[in-house]
Design a protein around this ligand. Sequence first.
Ligand SMILES: NC(=O)c1ccc[n+]([C@@H]2O[C@H](COP(=O)([O-])OP(=O)(O)OC[C@H]3O[C@@H](n4cnc5c(N)ncnc54)[C@H](OP(=O)(O)O)[C@@H]3O)[C@@H](O)[C@H]2O)c1
Length: 210
Amino acid sequence: MRVLLAGATGLVGAQVLQRLLADPRCTAVLAPTRRALLVNHARLCNPVVDFEQLPLQSQDWQVDAAICALGSTMKQAGSRQAFHRIDHDYPLAIANAVHAHGCKVFALNSAAGANPDAWVFYSRVKGELERDLRAVGFASLTLVRPGLIGGERAEHRAGEQFASKVLGALGPVLPRAWRINPASSIAAALVEAALAPRPGVRVIGPAALV
Ligand SMILES: NC(=O)c1ccc[n+]([C@@H]2O[C@H](COP(=O)([O-])OP(=O)(O)OC[C@H]3O[C@@H](n4cnc5c(N)ncnc54)[C@H](OP(=O)(O)O)[C@@H]3O)[C@@H](O)[C@H]2O)c1
């Protein structure tokens, strides 16, 4: 299968990429990024693109499945408008483009609590994206909803690091849905959703990602 991956430089995306390149079911990976990947592989195509001007008409977008682990934080994005553009508009544009080129399978790294009517802005944006992806018409759509993602980041995120320490210490006594979700578990769920697609819409919550 030819798979498109958005967000390959991220914590989850990098693990998705590693898994795809190691999996014989995946014959090629198209991974558009805004900065070049440090990975070289015969089955990897890594165009460096401006996500404001994605080459959506290119035949490169003919893939069998797409995985999106692209997203920002309110701090990185700088404003609600910019966050909505990155976390909603970019993934939706990619989904529409691959679908228009015949792709039937899409897997999204969303977030626990995603809800288009949520009071919290972050959860609302994730929910709006899920709602709009459902309307695109994929034969198989998987919405993976982690809680706090666990893994090594170069970037300092004080709130996440504090939460990670607390949840990490309490881990064994916490209900599964409240535990840290390792990036590797999320990546595994996304890759299976892409390479062994099930028909319809499937939501995978945090309890299934520990
Ligand atoms: N952090 C958490 O605990 C948590 C919990 C639940 C859900 N999530 C969601 O899970 C997803 C993946 O999380 P993660 O921790 O793997 O994310 P991450 O490490 O921050 O990686 C995000 C990816 O999105 C790309 N990206 C961000 N802004 C971009 C822009 N303006 N243009 C193009 N690409 C851009 C990044 O590219 P660059 O490397 O070029 O920046 C990177 O490839 C995100 O959607 C996030 O909201 C996170």
